[in-house]
Design a binder for this molecule. Structure first.
Ligand code: A3D
Length: 321
């Protein structure tokens, strides 16, 4: 069976890890595109030269020409600038919208049948813009944010409860900004509610809530915590790992249920916006959106997050996109 082909648009920090993980997992051949001359060629050469050690046969190619992405089954986009300390994701809107428009035009022309995962920030607005420029079916255009935000939340829960993170299930919905919604009520360790485990640990419901609130707050600000420590850019390992898990579910038609920025047409009471929600990812991209019941507090938090996404999309329109 012929190997699949993944095009990476953007060969910076996240793009480099994406190429490495895809090669190590033998998921697909990789073409890395960047506008900086020699950068994608150098990164893919470096990774290719470890193939003997990694025992992988995938073919890696770096390029500055869009024609090389021809025939890509999947495209992962990280083109754009990352945050610097003190910046919000929304501060990147103007610069990254310009970049995303040109990327969308290139992908539309050279990989018109591809499924596309966007990582560039501000995430939900960039996904909206990419779909608008390409006119690709909504099902084939999505954003990566929820898998990473959920993994961060799960990590903090595992540390707090002193259990393997592999047994923690936790999901974060909403826009990929400070208003994101970690679902505390659904978080569990192999089926046991995290809130119950916290209450048993502390013997006090108020203290358990306080601890959970702190984990929720840390999850919401986790991207900024890394930016503050790195000083020169934002998280790059974890976003790449998250996108590769989505890419795997799509290319192998695994139908995994994951949160992703997906286009809503009435689900969760939202019409016409990309928002982070649970979806099933398979060979057709976003195969369906999975709804779940929310209590008043969760609903209010999600509504606030949706409002933030709507505001961002309006700002983008005002900028002429
Ligand atoms: P960085 O290392 O700067 O890489 C970005 C790359 O994009 C650079 O190599 C640029 O040369 C390239 N580029 C710029 N303009 C173009 C263009 N027109 N066409 C093709 N390539 C171009 O950044 P990074 O990899 O650390 O982050 C990339 C993006 O992901 C940023 O916008 C971040 O804010 C975002 N990000 C998202 C998440 C999510 O979970 C959603 C997490 C972390 C970072």
């Amino acid at each position: 069976m012929a190997r699949k082909k993944i095009a990476l648009i953007g060969g910076g920090q996240i793009g480099g890890v994406l190429a490495q993980l895809i090669a190590q997992k033998e998921l697909a051949d990789v073409v890395m595109f960047d506008i900086v001359e020699d950068l994608p060629q150098g990164k893919t050469l470096d990774i290719a030269e470890a193939s003997r050690i990694d025992r992988t046969d995938v073919v890696l190619k770096g390029t500055n020409e869009y024609k090389d992405i021809d025939g890509a089954d999947l495209v992962i986009i990280t083109a754009g600038v990352p945050r610097k300390p003190g910046m919000s994701r929304d501060d990147l809107l103007d610069t990254n919208a310009k970049i995303m428009k040109s990327v969308a035009e290139g992908v539309k022309e050279h990989a018109p049948n591809s499924i596309v995962i966007i990582i560039s920030n501000p995430l939900d607005a960039m996904v909206t813009l990419f779909q608008k420029v390409t006119g690709f079916p909504h099902q084939r255009v999505m954003g990566q944010a929820g898998v990473l935000d959920s993994s961060r939340f799960a990590t903090f829960i595992a540390w707090e409860l002193d259990v393997s993170v592999q047994d923690v299930n936790a999901m974060v919905l909403g826009g990929h900004g400070d208003t994101m919604v970690p679902l505390t009520r659904y978080a569990n360790v192999n089926g046991i509610p995290v809130m119950e485990m916290l209450e048993r640990k502390y013997g006090d419901a108020a203290k358990a809530k306080e601890v959970m609130d702190a984990m929720v707050q840390r999850t919401k600000m986790a991207g900024g915590e890394v930016v503050k420590l790195l000083k020169t850019g934002s998280a790059f390992y974890s976003p790449a790992a998250a996108a590769v898990s989505m890419a795997t579910s799509i290319l192998k038609d695994q139908k995994r249920l994951m949160p992703a920025s997906a286009y809503l047409q009435g689900e969760f009471g939202v019409n016409g916006y990309y928002v982070g929600v649970p979806v099933v990812l398979g060979e057709n991209g976003v195969e369906r959106v999975v709804e779940l019941s929310l209590n008043d507090e969760e609903r209010a938090a999600l509504d606030k997050s949706i409002k933030a996404v709507e505001g961002l999309v309006e700002d983008m329109k005002r900028l002429g996109y």
